[in-house]
Write a protein that binds this ligand. Structure first.
Ligand code: PRE
Length: 304
């Protein structure tokens, strides 16, 4: 294993910067470029050192499931956003870190991305590449169902799927509602940063759900009797949930049960007492409630 960087390059950079403030004459182009070279050298040394540490992280995590940790990644990006100042666009910094984090996942083991690519619409593809970078193998699939199948069969693949909408004939999220632990879960939301994008997407994967400190959770709720959205929302509110989004679906031939996909504020664990309260207070109207996923609130949605 290589020794960590000695700090020599940093010393050189600091020395030059100090000199510059001592004199009123502008630094020469040559001097400035020398300073940039020293910074690049130091950055590269640190990146190589970081990669070695991530290799060790991979060994520590071996056997604990996949290597992707969306909550940890979100915490890292939030720190970068907090620390950021100066003329460089934060979006550029985040993009560099996104490429870095995806490459660091690849250092630890297999990792690929399956993306829904409807005819002539590359929006989800762009979102996937912006988030998971160019190193991970990215494969396009014509239907959300095909993406879901790949992700269900291969724990090292994550899927990028369209944000759910009302009125879909066979919404992909319905296949995740059985509460089976082995099914993929919703683990992320794109775009991660305020970037021009005509679409919102969700990321699914066989990844353990961890709280990041600022999260949203998706619940699947089965209603056994006819129940308006307003009544369901009121029951959710009474149980203590703060609802961000709701959509629902029932079989065209069979009006009941209706399944609703509900996005709520915060990280909700399977044993959250609010779930019990919701079922107990529903007077038999609500059947099954399961957690379909949770995701760290991306910087794009952060309230300043
Ligand atoms: O902290 C971890 O668990 C890591 O695997 C390291 C790391 C990183 O590069 O910082 C890489 C991939 C994970 O998705 C999260 C973080």
């Amino acid at each position: 294993m290589n020794a960590p960087p000695t700090g020599l390059a940093l010393h050189k950079v600091t020395a030059r910067m100090t000199k510059k403030t001592d004199t009123s004459a502008p630094a020469s182009l040559e001097d400035l470029r020398r300073e940039i070279d020293a910074i690049d050298e130091q950055l590269h040394d640190l990146l190589m050192r970081r990669a070695e540490i991530v290799q060790e992280v991979g060994l520590v995590k071996k056997g604990t499931g996949g290597f992707l940790r969306p909550a940890r990644e979100a915490q890292i990006l939030r720190k970068r956003a907090e620390q950021h100042k100066g003329p460089l666009a934060l979006a550029a910094v985040i993009r560099i870190w996104r490429e870095l984090l995806a490459s660091m996942t690849l250092i630890q083991g297999k990792f690929s991305v399956a993306v829904h690519l409807p005819d002539g619409d590359g929006a989800y593809w762009d979102l996937a590449r912006d988030h998971f970078g160019v190193q991970a193998q990215t494969v396009a699939h014509l239907s959300p169902g095909a993406v879901l199948r790949v992700v269900a069969d291969d724990a090292s693949t994550v899927g990028v799927l369209p944000w759910p909408m009302d009125g879909e004939r066979d919404p992909w999220w319905r296949h995740l509602c059985t509460g089976d632990d082995k099914l993929p879960k919703i683990i992320g939301r794109l775009p991660g940063l305020n970037q021009p994008s005509a679409r919102s997407a969700l990321v699914v994967g066989q990844v353990a759900l961890d709280p990041s400190g600022d999260d949203r959770t998706f619940l699947a709720i089965e209603t056994l009797e006819e129940m308006s959205r307003t009544r369901l929302l009121s029951r959710l509110g009474k149980a203590g949930f703060d609802v961000e989004f709701i959509t629902d679906h029932n079989d065209a031939q069979v009006p009941l049960p209706v399944w609703s996909l509900i996005e709520v504020e915060g990280f909700v664990a399977a044993d959250d007492p609010r779930i019990r309260t919701l079922i107990n207070e529903s007077a038999g109207e609500i059947g099954h409630v399961s957690i379909v996923g949770a995701y760290p609130v991306p910087l794009a949605l952060k309230k300043k």
